[in-house]
Design a protein around this ligand. Structure first.
Ligand SMILES: C[S@@+](CC[C@H](N)C(=O)[O-])C[C@H]1O[C@@H](n2cnc3c(N)ncnc32)[C@H](O)[C@@H]1O
Ligand code: SF4
Length: 382
């Protein structure tokens, strides 16, 4: 029996307030369709782009799933150079539609590379509150060596365009994060980082702004110094606010042409303590976008009761994680890595993504057997 509401990962951003408008994109899509028709792209790219542009330009309500652009995606596209539009749509279509159609090719649409699993916060809704993750003797804490990071980036360049430099920990805690940012710069259309902004020094602000990130997400779920540390335990509201303000001043002063989109993102965890309108109002003076994502009860996924969810997890076709120690993992709800298909020290990202362990997990989900798997049985992500 289903005793939990499924968490629809593809639609987990529940609200977005934005200071910028994307404007109309249809002229650009018409031009792109002509480029596709002129044979600009490979056979596979042409096939995907044709599907994407048909959905965008001639939407047919009777055909599902339909590819459409969520507001934050329209804004990403609005700041893209003309030449990159086809490449972006190819990857975005795979990211949005393959998890629904359960299609697969050689590379995941998105990869999250974990600079470090260590975090200075213990947010109440986060798996960092589980000592079985954070106690050093459990072996999950560490940071990625630069050479491993570089090898992952080398494999992904040209094959994956949505790359996030964050997973279980706080990326700006990582020693040498500046070198990692510099190495990834210019290689991915959708390079992103999530940070709690505690360690956002002036030096790191420059490193981030020089790294051609397309989105920088500051995670903050409150707009006052009382509520903030109740949710973001160990957090210092004034420090984080000061760091974000200084970052935006540096961006405007020294990088006026930067296309980076900045977003404050909150977890919608407790409506009694989080006045969404007031939080959006407050942070929209600082950044381009303020969003709320739905809360996913993942902070103790291994202890959750079997929840009866049988629908397959969409993330198995959308993204993968490369953790600091080289292990690849299908998701971060499984933050203690029960489901790892192997290490990129032995097999490539592509080899693991298309390999037998990952395929077996997908088959189990498609056969509606996730209730037999830990932690999938206590996870609501679909
Ligand atoms: C796990 S954090 C890691 C990166 C960084 N430490 C930070 O807070 O941005 C990545 C994102 O997950 C979000 N998050 C944490 N716990 C969550 C939960 N239970 N449900 C939904 N999102 C969550 C955070 O707010 C953050 O934006
Ligand atoms: S949400 Fe981010 S900042 Fe908060 S405990 Fe988790 S990893 Fe740390």
């Amino acid at each position: 029996m289903l005793n939990a509401q499924p968490y629809r990962k593809g639609d987990s951003m529940r609200s977005l307030r934005s200071n910028k408008s994307a404007g109309s994109l249809s002229d650009r899509f018409i031009k792109e369709r002509a480029k596709v028709a002129a044979g600009t792209y490979s056979g596979y790219q042409t096939q995907i782009l044709t599907r994407a542009l048909n959905d965008l330009l001639d939407p047919n309500p009777s055909v599902t799933p339909a590819f459409w652009l969520r507001p934050h995606v329209e804004q990403e596209i609005s700041v893209l150079p003309e030449a990159d539009l086809g490449r972006y749509l190819f990857h975005r279509y795979r990211y949005d539609i393959f998890p629904v159609t359960k299609e697969l090719d050689d590379f995941p649409p998105c990869v999250q590379i974990e600079p470090t699993s260590i975090c200075n916060f213990r947010c109440v809704f986060c798996f960092q509150t589980d000592p079985l993750l954070t106690k050093p003797k459990e072996g999950h804490m560490g940071q990625i060596p630069l050479d491993r990071f570089m090898r992952v980036v080398d494999e992904l360049e040209g094959n994956v365009d949505f790359v996030t430099m964050a997973s279980r920990g706080e990326p700006l805690l990582t020693k040498g994060i500046e070198e990692m940012l510099a190495y990834a710069s210019g290689k991915f259309l959708g390079l992103k980082m999530n940070t709690n902004a505690t360690f956002l020094t002036e030096e790191k602000a420059h490193a981030i702004l020089q790294a051609d990130l397309n989105t920088l997400v500051f995670s903050a779920d409150a707009a006052d110094p009382v509520t903030y540390p109740q949710l973001r335990v160990n957090g210092d509201f004034d420090k984080v606010m000061g760091n974000i303000r200084r970052f935006m001043e540096i961006k405007e002063r020294d990088y006026p042409k930067s296309r980076m989109i900045t977003r404050v993102s909150g977890v919608a965890f407790d409506r009694a303590r989080q006045d969404h309108a007031a939080i959006e109002e407050f942070w929209s003076d600082f950044v381009d976008q303020v969003a709320f994502v739905d809360y996913n009860p993942w902070e103790n996924a291994y202890d959750n009761d079997p929840n009866g969810v049988e629908e397959a997890c969409s993330d198995l076709w959308r993204r993968t994680f490369v953790w600091w120690d080289g292990r690849m993992n299908p998701c971060d709800v499984d933050y203690r890595s029960f489901l790892s298909p192997g290490s990129i020290e032995d097999v490539s990202v592509s080899g693991l993504w298309t390999g037998s362990a990952y395929s077996h997990l997908r088959e189990q989900h498609l056969a509606m057997n996730r209730q037999g798997i830990t932690p999938c049985r206590g996870c609501i992500t679909v």
